[in-house]
Design a protein around this ligand. Structure first.
Ligand SMILES: [Mn+2]
Length: 352
């Protein structure tokens, strides 16, 4: 404790003003190592410099104090990567709005136009706890290049943690580089969820489904999935499933032991043959599809498709409604038909 610094010295070394330091002390972010009971002078230890600089950098990045406090507690880089993805999406939206404003003034956009000519996703999504469950273990991601749906499993809070962690990690590392890169990110998320599950009391056996879809080149969609959350492509009046359910019943259908119709009410229709996070490695399905403007993607959890069969989903997804209207219609229908599971749906239109 001989190296304790008064607030002035600590301020000089950390680059934070005494006023900032007092406000971080008041909000509980950075408590002085000692306070002189007679003078009320605050003293900081050199070990606190790292945290002070971390807080400063996060404040510079515009991260709210409450989030900084969470970050200091669990130090999960995934949280920061998720923020980075949000900042990029936000910047992209603001650039687009500015380009639009410039166009309204009769000016050409200042940005290089390369990005504007590339396909992007116009999307909407909702996840709902449903009418029976006590927590929502589904998680969704929506963005202009990447969308995902996950359906968590496991006791206590395990399912929620698993689906959120998996979607945040994959979204944060998504750069649109290639299908391989997306698959690598899903494998890394699998390992992270498995590690969290095996090191946290009460979270043993937690896991999640994941269907992750992103533009991995201009006009190329990559889809990686594990479990029974689905991706569909709606094109030219038809609906194609891009994913095969990894369930016992679906495997029996593929093996010719069960008809598609009998699988719908089968007792093993929701028993997964694969899930993300239940072991250190997991086999993935990864496919690439060419997409064109006008194509529509639908991602959903079993809570939706168990109530809304493919033909009906196709009709509703084709109705010409906006992504948000389609999401609302599908979700309300799932709820009206029982909603005994969590329900999630993401609808994304490919645009140029
Ligand atoms: Mn479910």
């Amino acid at each position: 404790m001989d190296e304790l610094m008064p607030i002035g010295d600590f301020s000089a070394r950390s680059g934070l003003s005494p006023k900032q330091l007092r406000s971080y002390a008041a909000s509980g972010l950075l408590t002085p190592a000692a306070v002189d009971p007679y003078t009320a002078y605050r003293y900081y230890s050199p070990a606190q410099l790292g945290d002070a600089r971390l807080i400063d950098a996060l404040r510079d990045a515009g991260i709210p104090l409450a989030e900084i406090s969470l970050l200091l507690r669990d130090r999960d880089p995934g949280r920061l990567r998720a923020w980075a993805a949000r900042v990029r999406d936000d910047a992209e939206r603001r650039h687009e709005a500015l380009d639009q404003a410039l166009a309204l003034l009769g000016c050409a956009a200042d940005r290089p136009t390369g990005r504007n000519t590339m396909a992007y996703l116009d999307c909407a999504g909702r996840t709902d706890i449903g009418l029976v469950r006590e927590n929502n273990e589904d998680a969704i991601v929506t963005g202009s290049r990447f969308v995902a749906v996950a359906d968590g499993l496991g006791g206590h809070a395990g399912g929620e943690v698993a689906s959120r962690l998996a979607t945040e990690l994959v979204a944060a590392s998504f750069t649109g580089g290639s299908l391989d890169e997306l698959a690598t990110a899903v494998r890394a998320a699998n390992f992270a969820v498995w590690e969290r599950g095996s090191s946290t009391a009460g979270s043993e056996g937690m896991g999640t489904t994941l269907v992750a879809a992103g533009l991995v080149g201009d006009g190329v969609l990559g889809v990686v999935h594990v479990g029974d959350s689905r991706a569909y492509l709606v094109r030219d009046g038809g609906l194609q499933r891009l994913t095969e359910d990894h369930t016992v019943a679906a495997q029996m259908v593929r093996d010719g032991e069960l008809t598609e119709a009998d699988a719908v009410g089968h007792p093993h229709r929701s028993v997964l043959t694969r899930a993300l996070g239940v072991g250190p490695d997991v086999p993935l399905d990864a496919v690439e599809r060419a997409v064109v403007p006008g194509d529509r993607l639908v991602l959903c959890s079993d809570g939706l498709f168990n109530h809304v069969p493919d033909d009906e989903l196709a009709a509703l997804a084709l109705s010409g409604a906006s992504p948000q209207a389609a999401v609302d219609t599908l979700l309300e229908l799932g709820l009206a038909r029982g909603g005994e599971d969590n329900l999630s749906v993401v609808v994304a239109d490919v645009r140029a």
